[in-house]
Design a protein around this ligand. Sequence first.
Ligand code: ADP
Length: 486
Amino acid sequence: MNILFLSAEAAPFVKVGGLGDVAGSLPRALAARGHDVRLALPGYGAIDWPRFAPLHRAVFDVPRRGGSDPADLWETSADGVPVYLITGPPIPKDSRIYGGSIDEDAPKFVFFSLAALEGCRRLSWRPDVIHANDWHTGPAVYRVAADRRDDPFFRTTATLYTIHNLPYTGRGAGRILAEWDLRTSPHLAVLPEWARDSMLGIGLATADVLTTVSPTYAREIRTPEGGHGLDGALSLRGDRLHGVLNGIDVDTWNPATDAAISSRFDVGALEQRAANRTALREEAGLEPDDRALVIGMVSRLDFQKGFDIALPALRRWLDSGGQLVLLGSGDSAIEREVATLEIGWRGRASVRLRFDPPYSRRIYAGADAILIPSRYEPCGLTQMIAMRYGAVPIARRTGGLADTITDVGDPGGTGILFDGYDPSSLVHALDRALSVYADGDRWRELQRNGMTKDFSWDRSAAQYEALYREALAYRRDATGPADGGD
Ligand code: ADP
């Protein structure tokens, strides 16, 4: 299949969050399965242009109401995947990627979405499937659906639209959407009024197939608690909505080869892991205490990540002799709060407020357990990395955490799950962890089970491939939700 993959970010070109990881890995996994996958990204000034040395491939106009914007398409590649960088007046030439307001971002991402489509036409490369991601690329999904009838080039092209994090909708974009003729389809009727002015909404209403990044999150977002106002629309489109778990790059996240950790190990030599805990204690400034269980946290400090329930539980944890290594950055109020743990329990709690990937690897390799008490979690990568590194995840049973971690009480257990979003449920989970830890064999079994689970992208790529075929079948049957611009 010819697959055009659209994303606002992708490693190694430009990465702000998890979307960048996915868009960096999934196209490669699809290409390895024999597809002609091409990735399109905004050609931000923030990209290291000399390093990637893109070639100029096309210049064209992207029409909008009352005028047009000129676009340039540049081509480079990443691990054999062709990558198109789109530049033009709305794409910032400085270091900005995401701006501070929808007025700044909507023109940028509408232009990018539509220019990527136009670029395919100029290169005479017709995608069978357009795989668009998150609110930034909703306009491409809408445009293909709305123009199908009059546009022979994209007539048979199917669209798959992935929601990585539902609350980010790109709302308030009505004026810009109108300027680019992106608001008139009758299919938008599934949306609440406010969402018709959102970039995510117009994609969600018109895609042939919708996905999100875990089966549990796909169910949760159809409920009022998890739907952020879009549960009605997602329920109406429920037969088209699927959950596909993200993977991790198992080559770069590999404790047997990781150059950042002090003692490399694999599931057959788990005893070599212990040296990493000693080294971590030393690096983090924790007292040597071989009886204490070391909990690690590697997280954005954000409302989503559950620090309001974690803090009271962690104070109790530290009082009762546990240890904690925390690495995170983000919300300044949460930063201030977590910093008090190190001050209150010096030698037992270590808090580093920065973004530090090498140090995160030493935490995954050295901590006994990794705590992930998220309020909601579309997929989550931390728990998969933790399991790959033999750190037992202690996590809330929500979204992708529920789908990737098997509780110790179930066959093939890999971690400890808790349900309630409150400190006492978390305290109870920590107590359970301690009792399993006291039984060394049981703990090692959890570690082994986690380390041998398949978190590779190939598994996800196979599922996307099946859904691309489903989307194409909707096109062939012309029973798609938006089989015309009517
Ligand atoms: P989200 O994308 O919501 O932040 P995920 O669990 O999907 O959460 O992905 C988080 C990724 O970012 C993981 O790879 C984690 O190791 C990494 N990470 C988070 N915070 C930090 C930090 N302060 N330093 C280094 N890596 C971090």
